[in-house]
Design a protein around this ligand. Structure first.
Ligand code: XIL
Length: 363
């Protein structure tokens, strides 16, 4: 009797790990091998000491990106001092687990420190500050961060197709406001000087479908490529807040950008669900969410130039959606608050496995 009980107890963890039928289930990163696509997620350094967070991250993903640790307010808190320690923790974690690192974001109008936004600098001073920032941060991570979001969200929501008014463009700007996207060009050139090997991306929100914003970005990227401005890729954030994705339009958009010779990364995917007072979504919404993850992954996988899919966090325990939606939405990611895989996780993994199989079959 005792032996039987012991065998039974030993069998439980083995079964849970998927050994029950002799086949261990693949992780996302294993399923993604051979597909040519990286699976990635945004990471918070404070959570790396949590065992379930760290083990899930290392097991499932082959790339990561600091969610906030490389933004100006964290990395450049004082005019003359940089603080690399939070991002360094993340980069060290990646190197210990064989993961690539994306950097986010060198130039943005948000999460900037007060010394910068309230410093009343002239355009000439701002240009010097920005050049020094880009070259110091990119230089610090040379050889460790393989791709950067150089400029984030430069186009406006309210005036579709127009550049946003920001400290970098025209308030007072770095001195190139009159000539359209040339301030963005300047940033890419500085980043390239700092690390000629790094892949340089333009990253944007709400430009994943064909619309005036993505049209304007397309025109900019085409112009940059024609004139040899060092741009290697475009990031589409993919924050989906209404359980709807126009996959045909997303796919067409990926088509036209990759045809310019740039890579596309899905950079910040989450699919926010309405939640009750306890933060719980409706079961049927979890299925709809899974379907969206599957469709977006499949759209990316079907374009050789779409080379990464990154979620904006991976556990519903830590996600920006709660505070961003004033707690009306949540449950946007692949794992629940207890690190249990959700239908969205299965859907993403199935999409990766289907791609792997079609490559094996020569399709
Ligand atoms: C968000 C982070 O997730 C939050 O932790 C932070 O408080 C605010 O910024 N677009 C971006 C990301 O490019 O940097 C933002 O990240 C989400 C929207």
């Amino acid at each position: 009797m005792k032996w039987r009980a012991l065998i039974f107890l030993l069998a439980i963890p083995a079964f849970c790990l998927g050994f029950g039928d002799g086949v261990r289930e693949q992780s996302l990163r294993e399923a993604a091998q051979a597909s040519g696509m990286l699976v990635s997620t945004a990471v918070r350094p404070a959570q790396l000491s949590e065992a379930a967070y760290a083990s899930t991250l290392a097991r499932e993903f082959d790339m990561l990106e600091p969610e906030d640790a490389l933004k100006w307010e964290v990395v450049h808190p004082q005019p003359q001092s940089f603080d690399f320690s939070p991002a360094d923790q993340i980069v060290d974690f990646a190197s210990r687990h064989g993961m690539k690192v994306r950097g986010h974001a060198l130039v943005w109008h948000r999460q900037n420190p007060k010394w910068l936004t309230e410093g009343k600098f002239t355009s000439g001073e701002l240009a010097q500050i920005l050049e020094k920032h880009i070259k110091t941060v990119v230089g610090h991570y040379q050889g460790k961060i393989f791709a950067w979001d150089v400029v984030n969200e430069a186009y406006d929501e309210l005036h579709p197709g127009e550049l946003r008014s920001t400290i970098w463009r025209d308030q007072p700007g770095i001195g190139l406001a009159a000539s359209g996207s040339s301030y963005i060009e300047r940033c890419f050139r500085w980043a390239h000087e700092a690390d000629p090997q790094a892949l340089l991306f333009y990253n944007e929100a709400e430009a994943e479908i064909m619309n005036p914003k993505s049209d304007a970005i397309y025109a900019m990227v085409r112009d940059f490529r024609q004139r040899g401005v060092p741009i290697d890729g475009v990031g589409f954030q993919m924050h989906i807040a209404n359980l709807h994705a126009d996959v045909a339009s997303i796919s067409g958009n990926i088509d036209r950008f990759t045809a310019l010779g740039v890579q596309v990364h899905i950079t910040e995917m989450d699919v926010a669900l309405p939640v009750d007072d306890h933060g719980n979504p409706r079961p049927e919404d979890l299925q709809l969410q899974a379907d969206i993850y599957r469709q977006i992954a499949t759209a990316c996988l079907s374009h050789p130039g779409c080379t990464a899919i990154q979620t904006w966090g991976f556990t519903d325990k830590y996600s920006w959606i709660g505070s961003h939606s004033k707690q009306t939405q949540g449950a946007a990611l692949l794992f629940d608050r207890d690190y249990r895989a959700k239908p969205a996780y299965q859907a993403l993994r199935n999409a990766l496995e289907a791609r792997k199989q079609s490559l094996v079959d020569g399709r």
